[in-house]
Design a binder for this molecule. Structure first.
Ligand SMILES: CC(C)(COP(=O)(O)OP(=O)(O)OC[C@H]1O[C@@H](n2cnc3c(N)ncnc32)[C@H](O)[C@@H]1OP(=O)(O)O)[C@@H](O)C(=O)NCCC(=O)NCCSC(=O)/C=C/c1ccc(O)cc1
Length: 276
């Protein structure tokens, strides 16, 4: 990977952690950070050593949202730069992250404001620190939740909660984020690393191609009608059969029906060392 200035990329045991790394600026998303994230996600999408991707922030913040100085003021007299910055932001935090070919987890370690909700909601799963503070702060400085933040909060939250937090700009902590379904779990900050590890350990035991197809199926079918969903999901199942090199479905059936070595209701099939 290139030497990035605004992000850190580390790989350990098939888990790649991408850390937003501007702690002095509370990891605010500047045009350069957005460029680097786009570049990293393109590379990692093709990385054979990445089975799970974790997104987190350095220091006290996950991200304080878009960089008000560099992203807003810095581009206001340059329409081309402004368009490019908007495109890059949407391209990494929506297209590339949401449809990343592996499972993604947001580890929300601290402040998460405004535009930070885009990468947060784009991650498939999310664990927060109890101490994290979330806020749709746009209303506090005179804009509406732009980019895809508005769309994202209506996807991730119930209508009343989305309206409440967008209209008041009030902050809320990790436990409240869990209560309203914005994250899967919230734990004391000191336990965040361990909670993420437990989740990645569970995911690493599973067939990565099955996980990929499952997340794609959920994401895409959400916007289809029933007939389209049924047809798409049948095609998607056939695609999984052909793109899964370890032939998980056949192994799973055989280990349950023939060798009787596991119960699919209670655990996953045994993957061979060559598969894992
Ligand atoms: C509560 C914070 C997060 C932390 O407070 P703190 O720990 O006391 O830290 P400081 O406020 O002292 O900040 C430390 C440094 O980080 C900088 N910083 C801290 N957040 C920032 C920041 N978002 N920018 C640009 N410098 C910052 C801050 O200016 C300061 O810089 P410097 O004075 O040079 O040391 C506080 O910094 C704060 O309120 N930050 C702004 C949060 C916020 O409202 N974010 C913007 C939300 S709106 C948004 O994201 C829009 C999305 C959008 C997306 C796509 C679209 O097309 C349209 C819209």
């Amino acid at each position: 990977m290139p030497n990035y200035e605004c992000i850190k990329v580390e790989n350990e045991n098939r888990v790649t952690t991408v850390t937003l790394n501007r702690p002095d600026k509370r990891n605010a998303m500047s045009p350069q950070l957005n460029d680097e994230m786009l570049d990293a996600l393109i590379r990692l999408g093709a990385d054979p050593d990445t089975d799970v991707l974790v997104l987190t922030g350095e220091g006290d913040a996950f991200t304080a949202g878009m960089d008000l100085k560099e992203y807003f003021r810095g581009t206001e007299h340059d329409p081309v730069l402004s368009e490019r910055a908007k495109w890059t932001m949407r391209e990494w935090s929506y297209t590339r992250l949401r449809f990343f070919p592996r499972v993604t987890i947001a580890a929300v370690n601290g402040w998460c404001f405004g535009g930070g909700f885009m990468p947060l909601v784009s991650c498939d799963l999310a664990i927060a620190a109890d101490e994290a503070q979330f806020g749709l702060s746009e209303v506090n400085w005179g804009i509406l939740p732009g980019g895809l933040v508005t769309k994202d909060v209506t996807l991730a939250l119930g209508y009343r909660d989305a309206m409440y937090y967008a209209l008041t700009g009030k902050t809320f902590g990790g436990q409240r984020a869990k209560e309203i379904g914005l994250v899967n779990d919230s734990v004391p900050r000191a336990e965040l690393g361990e909670a993420v590890r437990e989740l990645t350990d569970t995911l690493l035991k599973l067939n990565p191609q099955t996980l990929r197809s499952t997340k794609e199926a959920l994401r895409h079918s959400a916007d289809m009608n029933y007939e389209q969903s049924a047809d798409y999901l049948a095609a998607k199942s056939a695609q999984l059969g052909s793109r899964d090199p370890e032939k998980g479905r056949l192994k799973g059936l055989s280990q349950f029906l023939d060798t009787k070595e596991f119960k699919p209701g209670l655990a996953a099939y045994r993957r061979d060392a060559a598969d894992a």
